[in-house]
Design a protein around this ligand. Sequence first.
Ligand SMILES: CC(C)(COP(=O)(O)OP(=O)(O)OC[C@H]1O[C@@H](n2cnc3c(N)ncnc32)[C@H](O)[C@@H]1OP(=O)(O)O)[C@@H](O)C(=O)NCCC(=O)NCCS
Length: 178
Amino acid sequence: MSENQPSAPPTVMRLPSYTKTEQEEILGNGDDPFGVAEAGLAWLPKEEHFGVTLGDRLVAHAGLLRLPLAIGDTKTEVVGVGGVAVAPQERGRGMARLVVAAALHHARTMGPQHALLFCRPSLVPLYQRLGWHPLDQEVLVEQPESRVVTMPLRTMVTPLRDNVAWPSGPVRLFSLPM
Ligand SMILES: CC(C)(COP(=O)(O)OP(=O)(O)OC[C@H]1O[C@@H](n2cnc3c(N)ncnc32)[C@H](O)[C@@H]1OP(=O)(O)O)[C@@H](O)C(=O)NCCC(=O)NCCS
């Protein structure tokens, strides 16, 4: 595109699928695009996908899936949010805000009262800016071979309905993290 042409406005959409090809379109094919390899964890793929395009380029993604967990003695479900990614050249322009908002709009129709994500400590202020709250407690998650480990990344939550507070008590995911 010539530099004089206006750039295409961002379009937010639900994606029919999201494979390694789409992820590489956004993040390239580096070894650790999410910066979480050090944690050494196995992750679940997401089941529903939202994206932002600029013209014919996919530049942002957020994925969702329902996850079973216990909060204290109560077994319930959350909507897990993961795979949040913005193409390097489009960062700092509100693309994460746009795609996470689209994903949460859909998450509100999925049933659970809260959404949950895991992130590096350096991203806590960014997600707080988007309305998420850090959980200041240990969160247990499953790993292959029936292992249960303490999540080394930060856990953040956000309500999906009006007037719901995150319950108190230990948190234990009955699945791999997402
Ligand atoms: C993390 C990432 C998704 C952010 O994408 P982005 O498009 O640059 O984010 P946005 O521009 O939408 O910023 C979201 C908000 O956070 C704010 N923000 C950004 N960095 C911040 C910081 N360090 N402290 C406080 N707020 C911050 C922005 O100002 C914006 O708020 P505003 O809309 O009110 O101005 C992007 O850097 C990325 O893809 N990183 C690599 C993959 C990754 O680590 N994904 C996260 C997995 S949990």
